[in-house]
Design a protein around this ligand. Sequence first.
Ligand SMILES: [Zn+2]
Length: 518
Amino acid sequence: MSAGYRGYIASRPVRGEMTPQHVQNLVVRDYATRNGLPFLLSATEYAMPGCFMMLDSAVASLDDIDGIIFFSLFMMPPDEAGRRRIYRRTLELGRSLHFALENLAFDSERDIDRLEDMFQVDRFARSTLRAVNFDSEVVCPICGGLPASETSVDFSGVTSDVKPWPHVSNLLVCGGCGLLHKRKTAEWFQDVDVIYRDYEAYHQGQGAEQSVRQEEASELSPRSALLVRFAKDELALPSSGRLLDVGCGNGALLRSFAGEFPGWELIGVDRSESGADAVGAIPGVERFVVGGPADAPGRYDLISLVHVLEHVPEPLAFLSEVAAKLTPEGAVLIDAPSFATNPFDLAVVDHVMHFSLATLRELTRRSGYALRAYSSSLIRKEHAALLTLADGLVSTDSRASRTPDGATDAVSLLQGLATWLPQRFADQEIGILGTGIAATWVCEQLSNGAAYFVDEDPHRFGKSYMATPVIAPTDVPDDLTVFVAQPPAIARRIAERLATEFPGPSWVPCPSLDELEL
Ligand SMILES: [Zn+2]
């Protein structure tokens, strides 16, 4: 007469993963039903690792039952001798063992090798995968791939709030999706902790938001005004709604948005509370929250991530946190640097990811969003994008492009400039055009520093930056050489324009990789 099968579940992790007991029971019962096995109650193993008291008692009772249904094969004892004792007793009594999760049954001598093979493979996979894939310093934060190349960086860097910094983490190119990203060493985490603790947005402009040009000929306009216009044009935004600005800083975007959409309720979150007063004073701002997206109350029709994503070490988790704060029809506004048009971005210490359109698209897809609008020309040197939640399941097959997107060239250009700059200007004090990341970085590479910073932004005239005066192009002495610290293609056009407008000084554009290699 058939007595039935005893279930065997555990109140401890199996292969490092904790499955709730009721779920284990469901899996075991389902297996029994599907296979027509009469089911007895489950025995639950104790939580202590290495304890098999309940299993021993189930094996001892094999005389009285038909067999045991394990939640998983990997709940068998970790030692082979212990497992073989169980196989032998089961076969001697003509009983069977079942493994619900793996959908496997054991009732004959030849099954022993099959099961033992699985333990071998599992042990091998764990030992090799731990050594390689679990190296979280180098694993791609988008696709989990390993780097195809690693470049050690021997030049100094700049923080994203534009302060000189002594070192930059190594640059990796993912072999899976092509993402250019930094090695996340313990030192990198320490560096960013210090950088964010004393963060000062736009300190070199005394708090005034940076103005940007779309084209060489176009007017300077504040970045946030361009982004608000982009969102307005691409999304049919209603006259009322809720906006969450993540990483709001001093509220530059919130201020622009409030001007354009006075009927919206605005909330700013930032890791630092230094912008609280400025943000609180913006009309329409309901509150300022210290923390991340998850700390903001309620859901939002628009969530902006302006110069945020490139700082995030775990972008998939971060973007799912953002998704949880979005209304079903909501959109995410992204603005992030483009290394292909601005190689100086690689010198920014706290930027951990450097996007191309292909890798931004891959991140979008893998985090469950769809790319609804994209522009590389809205803001020169930056990616502007609008994402919405993807309909249904995101396919898991990788469409990642392995085609080179200029990552290696960008790395080489910066390496080359770090050597070229101090040699080219060894006997000369020069001016540097700009007061941003590139200008700061160039100044650091020069052994003599700079005599002047030259800036076209009127907010910056007459100030001093890195203990060096900031002057307007009209005030540059005639005999001075001014290095145009901008990506080569842009630098060439700026130098041409300035040479026409101000023919006295000599305007030297940043050389391209080809020019450096000559
Ligand atoms: Zn990748």
